[in-house]
Design a protein around this ligand. Structure first.
Ligand code: ZN
Length: 238
């Protein structure tokens, strides 16, 4: 075999390998929550690399007196559709118009296919040492005399050291989803995943047949939603 041929074969091998890796990491199914949930079941609902970083943060937090517990990690496309539909029906029964209904849902919840929880990089967390009462993920529980306020102070200082950053900050200029002190993204993977995600043709992917209120979601709404909600995140995660 000539040297040139050998180098060519090696190059083809490397390119194929890189392509396979890229597809494996950021396939459309993975970005849209349509992966097999089994893939995450052994790692806390996270991509193994994220689970590893989370474990390190958890150990450090334990030394400081906090038991970081994951309330929500990986969430599938179908699960997100079910959450949307449940909220839509509940709001409808309270008399909200379809437009008001959708605006209400997207204060905190996403359209299926647009949740950062689809990626296996994002977590909602609380302090497991504190008693669980009622709704856990409320802003007031992370501030003032709230049970998770001390954990939030610790996270503000330490989470970024482990790669975890809050997308939905308390910044009125951010727009989009409301402030979520409990939600963290693993930046080293979430940043490139968002980049891949934005390369998808989202306009054709986001409205499942079974979505309540789907006839009120126009292309213009979707465009605004992607700009304000999907991209309405901390600049450190873009
Ligand atoms: Zn969340």
């Amino acid at each position: 075999m000539t040297n040139k041929l050998f180098i060519l074969i090696i190059l083809i091998f490397i390119v194929q390998n890189l392509r396979a890796q890229n597809e494996l990491r950021f396939s459309r199914a993975k970005l849209m929550g349509q992966n097999d949930p089994e893939l995450y079941s052994k790692s806390n609902g996270l991509i193994p690399q994220v689970a590893e970083a989370f474990e390190k943060m958890k150990i450090a937090a334990l030394k400081a007196g906090f038991d970081i517990k994951i309330v929500s990690a990986y969430r599938s496309y179908d699960r997100q559709t079910a959450i949307w539909n449940r909220k839509f029906k509940a709001n409808k029964s309270k008399g909200l118009s379809p437009e008001q209904n959708i605006e209400k849902i997207i204060e905190y919840s996403t359209l299926p296919g647009t949740s950062r929880h689809h990626w296996g990089t994002d977590i909602d967390i609380i302090d497991g040492f504190k008693p669980r009462k009622g709704d856990l993920l409320l802003t007031e529980k992370f501030h003032g005399q709230g049970p998770y306020a001390p954990l939030k102070v610790w996270l503000d200082k330490n989470a970024a050291k482990f790669g975890f950053v809050r997308p939905y900050t308390n910044d009125f200029e951010r727009g989009g989803f409301k402030y979520e002190p409990w939600h963290y993204s693993y930046a080293p993977l979430a940043i490139p995943m968002l980049k891949s995600y934005l390369e998808l043709d989202l306009s054709s992917l986001l409205i499942p047949e079974t979505l309540e209120g789907r006839e009120h979601i126009s292309p213009a709404f979707l465009k605004k939603y992607i700009r304000e909600n999907v991209l309405g995140i901390s600049s450190s995660l873009k």
